[in-house]
Design a protein around this ligand. Structure first.
Ligand SMILES: Nc1ncnc2c1ncn2[C@@H]1O[C@H](COP(=O)(O)OP(=O)(O)OP(=O)(O)O)[C@@H](O)[C@H]1O
Ligand SMILES: [Mg+2]
Length: 332
């Protein structure tokens, strides 16, 4: 396994759901890479399939109603979709860990924080076949509370979640994800349940931790500001597939897919040239999606060509756009 191979590599991932209205083909062949030590963003409007992608990677998608119909999820050179369930379960919460958006759903109100954190250590020790006593487990918990910059760890260890502020609870959630020294952290909109100042502190903390601990980060968000602040490379998703991917700075300088352009045009600008146009139309019905490029019914540049699904064309090195406008011959 060469070290420059991505830590996580998703290839042509397709996921469908059985619904009352028929089969919903949600993921339409998602491709994305998280190279080691990098921060990768996955962005797109609500309902485009970000969480389905993340849950499929983590192995937490309920099947049924979901079904993975095709694809590969390579983690450190091994396909998560074909490995034995026991091995995959060992990776979950250890080598790859999740940070959730809403601290209130991830912390149990009736148990002390330290108790809940120690449970995670005990559970993963068992999976890894190691044994630590209470003192050693508590020491690890206190170490992690310090890592997430919570002073007075002993007090927090003994506290109930309700006794702590939202920002402190979010730090604990991040700490819980770090307890087992993961290599990949997957974050689904961390801090969005908080006020903007606290959210900013949480994002900075995550950024510091990624650097200090040498983690790889997959950050899921619909906030382009967060993408700009927190990621090195970004994938833009629309209706179940990646329509553009690029180094982050390049994406903001040179957005190439009509959907990305529309998405950026919705962001208010500091100089007052804000455009609040929004994107006309809405996401397609996944039980009856449009043929070809799923964005074409909303796209100002759509032609008959778009009834055939475009592949990802290279716009610049490291930057692709799945749009016929970028087909090399089109420039000739
Ligand atoms: N259990 C399910 N049954 C049927 N369809 C589902 C199910 N879960 C998700 N979907 C479909 O998948 C689509 C994508 O959902 P997903 O949760 O991945 O969106 P998202 O990009 O994470 O949006 P948000 O930004 O709102 O979190 C939904 O619009 C829905 O049509
Ligand atoms: Mg989501």
């Amino acid at each position: 396994m060469p070290d420059d191979a991505p830590l996580l590599s998703v290839r042509d991932l397709r996921v469908s759901f059985r619904t009352f209205d028929g089969q919903a083909d949600v993921l339409q062949g998602v491709n994305l890479d998280v190279p080691r030590g990098t921060r990768v963003g996955l962005v797109g409007e609500s309902g485009c399939g970000k969480s389905v992608t993340m849950k499929t990677i983590m192995g937490t998608l309920a099947t049924p109603p979901a079904r993975v119909t095709h694809g590969q999820i390579m983690f450190d050179g091994q396909d998560l979709l074909t490995m034995p369930a026991a091995r995959r379960n060992r990776l979950k919460g250890t080598d790859m860990s999740m940070v959730f958006q809403d601290p209130t759903t991830s912390l149990n109100p009736v148990f002390r924080v330290g108790h809940q954190m120690e449970d995670i250590v005990r559970w993963s020790d068992r999976r890894r076949g190691i044994q630590r006593n209470h003192k050693a487990r508590k020491a690890r918990v206190l170490e992690v509370l310090e890592m997430v910059r919570l002073a007075d760890g002993e007090r927090i260890y003994d506290a109930f979640p309700i006794q702590l502020s939202g920002g402190m609870r979010q730090r604990i959630i991040i700490g819980m994800a770090l307890l087992n020294e993961p290599r990949l952290l997957i974050a689904d909109e961390p801090g969005t349940a908080l006020d903007v100042t606290t959210q900013d502190e949480i994002l900075r903390l995550m950024d510091d931790l990624v650097r200090e601990e040498g983690l790889s980060l997959l950050m899921i968000t619909h906030n382009l500001g967060v993408v700009r602040q927190m990621t090195d490379h970004v994938y833009v998703m629309y209706a179940g597939s990646v329509v553009e991917d690029s180094p982050t700075a390049e994406l903001f300088d040179n957005p190439s897919h009509p959907y990305t352009k529309a998405l950026l045009a919705c962001v208010p600008k500091l100089d007052g040239t804000a455009t609040y146009e929004g994107i006309g139309g809405s996401l397609p019905d996944y039980t009856d999606p449009p043929a070809g490029c799923r964005f074409h019914p909303r796209c100002p540049h759509a032609t008959d060509r778009c009834l055939t699904r475009p592949p990802a064309f290279t716009v610049r090195p490291g930057h692709t756009a799945a749009c016929w406008l970028h087909e090399p011959e089109a420039h000739a």
